[in-house]
Design a binder for this molecule. Structure first.
Ligand code: AOF
Ligand code: ZN
Length: 329
């Protein structure tokens, strides 16, 4: 299952709104085939694994399938994986996480059991949950997972009013931020960020097959009409409604199959999300830079703790130290 989880990673940034899924077929304690959901519209993991076995001269008949998500039992972009597993003669299916998609929800396991193929669910479930959290969250709550990224100088400031807008984190850090953008379906900022920084908010420092939707909160219609993100040909959504509580905005985004939104706004926008109780995850980037005319972020560990966020991991992105806070779900 550990190997299946690793294979699933190969679809990162390419499968949304589908989940990352990996699968291996095992016979006589040996992995005879590998599969993963590689891109939207591509084969499901189980079908790729069966195909891989056949291509390499192994019969999947009598093998055990380890798959990170309950196999689907419906005709969607591909035919049902349950049927592919039955036809292949798989003798048992071990699953990490059930599929909360209303069209699956236990039907995959039921169909397999009825065909005489035993199933076992829950192996490395927590790891699988973390990997496909945005998909699971969207199925379960009908709103996107909210990830916040905020960079601070040595004194907790987000900007230096004494200079023109400029990046104060390293190139290595910026590349990691682009990886984060690639893994999100939308990037959201407030109008102040657009007017001061004139950002592009796209993925350009690393390869990517798609760009996130840009969302700008602009309740009073103040956006600078010459802003790059309005004119560069990419997709941008200008939200002019005044979202109190923001939950209608979240449902609106969910309806557009946005499963994970990256909030890269300034402190006003970030605090609106925190106050609405909508932050699921936060990356706090700590730089050694010192701003001459600081703009305090107002983000302290007390604020984060009362927002239900716990420090889960620490990373180094380029020259910066990053704290990764997660909501205790
Ligand atoms: C699987 N194996 O590898 C994946 C599954 O529109 P479709 O046909 O691509 O189906 C999408 C749904 O199928 C998705 O919402 C999720 O419930 C499930 N994804 N299932 O058996 C896979 N990616
Ligand atoms: Zn499937």
């Amino acid at each position: 299952m550990e190997h299946a989880l690793l294979l699933a990673e190969r679809g990162r940034g390419k499968v949304s709104p589908n989940p990352l899924v990996g699968c291996v077929l095992v016979k006589n304690n040996t992995i005879i085939a590998e599969g993963w959901h590689d891109h939207l519209g591509g084969l499901h993991a189980e079908q790729m694994a069966i195909h891989d076995a056949e291509e390499n001269g192994h019969s999947p008949n009598g093998s055990v399938a380890y798959v990170t998500l309950e196999p689907c039992n419906h005709f969607g972009r591909t035919p049902p994986c349950t049927e592919a597993l039955m036809w292949a003669g798989v003798k048992e299916v071990v699953i990490a996480h059930h599929d909360p998609n209303p069209t699956v929800r236990g039907n995959g396991c039921r169909a397999l059991e009825e065909a005489g193929i035993p199933t076992r669910t829950g192996l490395m479930e927590a790891e699988a949950r973390e990997q496909m959290l945005a998909f699971l969250h969207w199925c379960e709550h009908r709103r996107p997972l909210v990830t916040v990224k905020l960079a601070l100088d040595a004194n907790g400031s987000v900007d230096d009013r004494s200079t023109d807008p400029q990046r104060f984190t390293s190139r290595g850090c910026l590349e990691k931020v682009h990886e984060l953008r690639r893994d999100c379906d939308a990037v959201l900022v407030g109008v102040n960020t657009v007017n001061r920084d004139n950002p592009q908010l796209n993925v350009r420092l690393i390869p990517s097959t798609r760009q996130p939707l840009r969302v700008v909160l602009d309740p009073n219609g103040r956006v600078n009409s010459s802003a790059q993100l309005i004119h560069d040909g990419g997709e941008t959504l200008l939200m002019q409604e005044n979202f109190t509580g923001l939950s209608s905005l979240m449902h609106q985004l969910a309806d557009q199959e946005i499963q994970r939104v990256l909030v890269e706004g300034g402190p006003t926008t970030v605090h609106r999300f925190i106050e609405a109780g909508l932050v699921d995850e936060l990356f706090l980037v700590h730089s050694d830079a010192v701003h001459a005319s600081p703009v305090p972020s107002g983000i302290t560990s007390d604020v984060l703790v009362s927002a239900g966020l716990d420090l889960a991991h620490e990373y180094v992105w380029g020259d910066e130290r990053v704290e990764h806070y997660l909501r205790s779900f």
